[in-house]
Design a binder for this molecule. Structure first.
Ligand SMILES: [Zn+2]
Ligand SMILES: [Zn+2]
Length: 327
């Protein structure tokens, strides 16, 4: 197998030949068909997440076809197409797992971080955390569902029944969730880097009622806002944009520091909270919903060997929608 391997943080990934691996108990091996590039991969490569166990293979939006199964695998078979998300394993026994919050598990493994991911021709996954995808939809267009879609969906659920919802940062996740929110009958307000008219136009083409710069005040107060961009300065701006009792959800795994802000922005029972990881049920719910919504995923495809270029384009904001690697 071949993979793009992270050996040192803040260094380019290296194209590497590795021995073929064999699935262990409860594991499957897939031939990778496509792997999405997520902003979390940038945080991983930049060393912004704690305790990276180097070297490893990034990538947690994997669409693959099973070519080997280990002992104990009952639900999945060789030849099936599956999706492999960020949540790669939970212990099932810690207090969080027992309270149905496995996204907060004390002993988790994360695909493309604490277990090898999908920037590769082949990947191993715990079968209990993989999703059967069926054959509808292209490999490339399904890949961004596995994180941008799934964790975006969890963020949208946590935002509550907001009719007027703002999205700060209109990348892979927001471009999927805007379509879901519209389908649910909500009004979407898209906030981008100021002056980024191209992305604002993209948001409007996907049904956003309004699009503007993140410093702008929306035409009416929002019921909730989701912050997808890893920019702490957006927190007070989003609190300013929501109505009394409104909710601001931080959807990313990492954010720059949040600047201090006057208490009156939080006052009047506004809520500020974060979303961490996902549960398997979040994924099942989203993958059940996605075909009904008819989500159109905008992708830019890169050969696996050009993963560093894909990451650079994501970092520079040169992408509309999602970058996807194909072996
Ligand atoms: Zn647990
Ligand atoms: Zn992700």
């Amino acid at each position: 197998m071949h993979a793009m391997v992270l050996r040192r943080v803040k260094a380019p990934l290296e194209w590497t030949e590795l021995p073929d691996r064999h699935p262990g108990h409860n594991e499957i091996r897939v031939k990778v068909l496509a792997c999405g590039v997520c902003r979390t991969d940038l945080h991983v490569v930049d060393g912004e997440l704690p305790d990276p166990k180097l070297p490893f293979i990034p990538g947690h939006e994997i669409v693959g076809r099973i070519d080997a199964v280990g002992a104990g695998v009952k639900e999945l078979q060789i030849g099936e197409r599956v999706g492999i998300p960020w949540l790669g394993y939970t212990d099932g026994t810690c207090p969080y797992c027992l309270m149905q919050r496995e996204n907060l598990c004390d002993h988790p493994l994360f695909t493309g971080f604490t277990r090898d991911g999908g920037y590769a021709t082949s990947a191993i996954a715990d079968a209990r955390f993989a999703y059967p995808l069926g054959e509808a939809g292209s490999d490339v267009s399904m890949a961004p569902f596995l994180c941008a879609g799934l964790i975006g969906w969890r963020s949208l659920v946590i935002a509550g029944d907001a009719k007027k919802i703002g999205f700060y940062g209109f990348g892979a996740a927001a471009h999927i969730l805007a379509q879901v929110a519209r389908w649910q009958g909500r009004s979407v307000y898209a906030f981008t880097r100021s002056g980024d008219e191209r992305t604002q136009g993209f948001a409007k083409s996907l049904g956003a009622l309004w699009a503007g710069g993140s410093e702008e005040v929306p035409p009416e107060p929002l019921d909730a806002a989701i912050i997808f961009a890893p920019v702490g300065a957006l927190v007070p701006l989003a609190l300013k944009a929501v109505r009394k009792g409104g909710r601001v959800v931080c959807a990313g795994i990492h954010m720059s520091d949040i600047p201090s802000f006057p208490y009156r922005l939080l006052w009047e029972e506004r809520e500020l909270l974060s979303v961490a990881n996902l549960t398997r049920q979040d994924g099942l719910d989203f993958l059940h919903l996605a075909p009904q919504v008819g989500i159109k995923v905008t992708t830019k495809q890169y050969p696996l060997k050009e993963a560093n270029q894909a990451l650079a384009d994501l970092r520079a904001g040169r992408l509309e929608g999602a970058a996807v690697l194909t072996p």
